[in-house]
Design a protein around this ligand. Structure first.
Ligand code: FES
Ligand SMILES: [Fe+2]
Length: 368
């Protein structure tokens, strides 16, 4: 037999497994947290949830740090928005924090709290490891030996290149899927389903063949584009004065374990997605669409972008909806069966994903 077994159906819905993977998969690995250019100015911040840990990533006069997004006073969220620009001050009673998480100020400290320097120090926010690859920021909640460079292996240079080429933001958003986060990831790790699920969309866009490479749980799928989208993008590039990435000119898809996916179309458009676990049977798919740099170094005008966007963002939406429906169908059937599914050779990227997941899940859980 060439095929291999998928992970057990219960892995997709059992609360105990979900809890364990929050820690072993999400808190112990480097997780993509956002683009560096989202926090380019002093006091710019973004917020993200990694495993069970809410994190704020903020620019403090040029230094970017990742800190626990929970106030030490009475546990309010320090930043409630997904992004913004303001100093790190709690909205509840205005305790303020320094770049390393230490307390900067406590209103009425002398008269009402009496906290000396040592007591203040013990109330510092937890600070997390943050590493940068090109324009991408990764955060790790539980300290480990492995550097981001070692974790990504050959994908470090690749992401560095890609993330600094596709810099023009077009659209971002999210979808709520009633599926486990792993099922959501699996929808983008093979093109075997294209004939069945996307006959009118993806099938007309790319050929259902895939050249696979991998490094640990990370993998690549190179899929040749059909002629029509190539012609469309050629015209769009001319209209938008876009450069074309010379290395990746087909549909080139990269998966960075455990939950980051990057799809490149004809060296012109990057679709970056993360699959965020919300509950055992619920995940949020966050997406960012970015185009290649313009030939003159500026960003395209909003009017021109909007016209072109209409075409490809709708296309993106339709494909995602087709995937969501079938993913939710698989999810709803997982508790009704005890037999693991099968993965064919064409689904090898899922096999690599599962191997890394199995390895993480068998690690002994140590103290936080
Ligand atoms: S909860 Fe943050 S200052 Fe009170
Ligand atoms: Fe799909």
């Amino acid at each position: 037999m060439i095929a291999v077994q998928s992970i057990h159906p219960s892995s997709y819905y059992q609360p105990s497994i979900f809890e364990q993977e929050q820690r072993n998969v999400f808190e112990k690995n480097w997780i993509f947290a956002g683009f560096k250019d989202q926090v380019i100015n002093n006091n710019d911040y973004i917020t993200v949830q990694i495993g069970t840990t809410p994190v704020v990533i903020q620019n403090f006069k040029g230094e970017i740090n990742a800190l626990l997004n929970i106030c030490s006073h009475r546990k309010a969220k320090l930043k409630t928005a997904s992004h913004g620009n303001s100093p790190l001050v709690c909205p509840y009673h205005c305790w303020s924090y320094k770049k390393n998480g230490d307390l900067a100020g406590i209103p009425q400290n002398k008269t009402d709290f009496g906290l000396d320097e040592q007591a203040k120090k013990s109330l510092a926010l937890r600070r997390f490891e943050l590493a940068i690859c090109g324009n991408l920021m990764f955060v790790r909640i539980i300290k480990q030996q492995e550097s981001l460079e070692a974790f990504l292996g050959p994908y470090f240079a690749l992401l560095q290149h890609v993330s600094t080429e596709f810099t023009d933001p077009v659209q971002e958003g999210n979808y709520l899927w009633q599926t486990n986060w792993k099922i959501a990831c699996e929808t983008v790790l093979e093109v075997y389903h294209v004939a069945g699920i996307h006959p009118e969309t993806f099938a007309k866009f790319a050929k259902a063949e895939c050249d696979i490479e991998h490094f640990n749980g990370h993998s690549t799928g190179h899929t040749p584009l059909q002629d029509t989208p190539k012609q469309w993008w050629k015209k769009a590039r001319k209209l938008l004065k876009l450069t074309q990435n010379e290395t990746y000119t087909e549909y080139n898809h990269f998966f960075i374990y455990p939950n980051l996916a990057i799809g490149l179309t004809n060296g012109s458009l990057m679709s970056l997605q993360t699959y965020e676990p919300l509950a055992p049977c619920q995940s949020r798919l966050n997406f960012h669409l970015r185009m290649m740099r313009r030939t003159d170094g500026t960003h395209s005008s909003d009017v021109i972008k909007a016209a072109v966007q209409l075409n490809f963002t709708q296309f993106n939406h339709t494909i995602l909806e087709e995937d969501r429906v079938v993913a939710e169908s698989c999810q709803s059937n997982m508790p009704l069966t005890d037999t693991p599914g099968l993965l064919g050779k064409c689904e090898d990227r899922i096999k690599h994903f599962h191997t890394a997941w199995r390895q993480d899940m068998t690690h002994i859980t140590e103290g936080k």
